[in-house]
Write a protein that binds this ligand. Structure first.
Ligand code: PMP
Length: 456
């Protein structure tokens, strides 16, 4: 269990499967609610919903029943041959809940595919409307938008992109709005505007007529650890995109579907993105499912031009969509978006308590049940030495104690180490107390190993 990620990456287990890492994890047996059991009899609390995906929690009976009923009818229908009801209904259900105008839905099988689809739709819209010179998609550094080539081109993380940079055309970036770590005399709101204005500077430098879109996560995930920009950032970004005729793509793969206490992360600021990507929570670990949502004014010119030149075999899969429908139904029935908002407050309080104990926690942030603690020097925000691997150590120490959390260290921008805590939206107050308690024990053990100070 103490094996390092790099050793893991080069050690094969006696199996034909291979992954980047995590080759020495125990074999999963079953999962229910927020708990996972392994074949060797261990029980884990899933404090990160896997990779912030299992929003509904495991084994929901209504979802399993809806899937069983659909499986008995058909598990597949190809979109060029048949319409299918679950896909139609899920599209309608999403359109009713999404911000006004985002009422045209296209289904895919995951987050990277959703991001690729957003970019391709944007590009085809530009071609269809006589703006063929627009192709650049400005992204943030650091950021994570997926592992396929198109989504990697807008991913700001050198660790993930460096090996492939020769094969893809990396897109221009602007700094992610890490205003919490800036040491200047500006207010948070002024910093928010300053970060947004960097987008305009980039657009002007690139030549506005060559810029197609700006892609951002309204609340950051894998690359920035639950990063929330100052309030002033969001409307200014919209204003800048409007001024230059640039589409605003919100990647809500992680922050969407109730995770942050609103249906979309951007709903906290009443954002009006032009195109939105969704995945993770919409399939909640039951099925591979993703989607894009766009308005008619973008989709219609593309359809008139001859159709979206894009599509995957499993797009709009009836089984996946039947599960998605039942997931949204259960989220409504159980009031999970409100629960995410309320339990998010409880979780943030708990994490602030940890920051009071451990002076090397420099920031506690997030919205709803997408939260993170960042390890750094509190005064200067200098990250802890990379070879301490504090995020990985905390992850391992929590894992040994039966708690799953999510840590990453990114190569790009100014980010250090952080741990994300993002349990399923069904989490209770008692669950959160247990998660925070185990996480506290894990951090204390790591502090002892690294000789870091502990107060209280
Ligand atoms: N966008 C965001 C914001 C994500 O968090 C992720 C996954 N972490 C992706 C895209 C890619 O999704 P997937 O792994 O399902 O391809």
């Amino acid at each position: 269990m103490s094996i390092s990620p790099r050793e893991e990456a080069i050690t094969f287990r006696p199996s034909n499967l291979f992954y980047l890492a995590s080759l020495h994890r125990p074999v999963v047996d079953r999962a229910e609610g927020i708990h996972v059991w392994t074949r060797d009899g261990r029980r884990f609390i899933d404090g990160s919903s896997g990779p912030v995906a299992v929003n509904l929690g495991y084994g929901n009976p209504a979802v399993l029943e809806a899937m069983r009923r659909q499986m008995e009818k058909t598990t597949f229908a190809y979109r060029l041959h048949f319409e299918n009801e679950p896909a139609e209904q899920l599209a309608t259900t999403l359109a009713e809940r999404l911000p006004a105008g985002l009422d045209r839905i296209f289904f895919v099988s995951g987050g990277s595919e959703a991001v690729e689809s957003c970019i391709k739709l944007a590009r085809q819209w530009a071609v269809a409307t006589g703006q063929g010179g627009r192709w650049k998609v400005i992204a943030r550094m650091p950021s994570y938008h997926g592992g396929t080539y198109g989504s990697l081109a807008v991913t700001g993380d050198g660790f993930l992109t460096d090996s492939f940079a020769g094969q893809i055309r990396m897109m221009p970036t602007v700094p992610a709005p890490t205003a919490y770590r800036d040491r200047d005399n500006l207010s948070m709101e002024e910093r928010g505007l300053r970060y947004a204005d960097m987008l305009e500077e980039r657009i002007v430098a690139e030549g506005p007529e060559s810029v197609l879109a700006f892609i951002m996560e309204p609340i950051g995930g894998a690359a920035t650890g639950a990063l929330v920009a100052p309030d002033s950032y969001y409307p200014r970004i919209r204003e800048i995109c409007d001024r230059h005729g640039i589409l605003l793509i919100h990647d809500e793969v992680m922050s969407g579907i109730g995770r942050t206490g609103k249906l979309l992360g951007g709903d906290h600021w009443h954002c009006r993105p032009d195109i939105v990507s969704l995945s993770k929570g919409i399939g909640s670990g039951y099925v591979p499912l993703g989607a894009l949502a766009a308005p008619r004014r973008i989709v219609e010119p593309v359809l008139k031009m001859g159709g979206f030149q894009h599509g995957h075999t499993y797009a709009g899969n009836p089984l996946a969509c039947a599960a998605g429908l039942a997931i949204i139904g259960e989220m409504d029935r159980l009031g999970l978006i409100d629960n995410a908002a309320a339990m998010g407050e409880v979780l943030m309080d708990g994490l602030r308590g940890l920051a009071a104990r451990f002076p090397f926690i420099a920031d506690v942030r997030g919205k709803g049940l997408l939260t993170a603690i960042e390890y750094a020097d509190r005064e200067t925000f200098a990250p802890l030495p990379a070879d301490w691997k504090i995020g990985q150590r905390v992850l391992d120490a929590a894992y040994e104690r039966g708690l799953i959390v999510y840590s990453r260290r990114v190569k790009g921008g100014v980010q250090g180490d952080y741990t994300m805590v993002a349990p399923p939206l069904i989490v209770t107050r008692a669950d959160i107390a247990e998660i925070v308690s185990i996480l506290g024990d894990a951090i204390e053990a790591v502090a002892r190993d690294l000789d870091l100070p502990v107060t209280g």
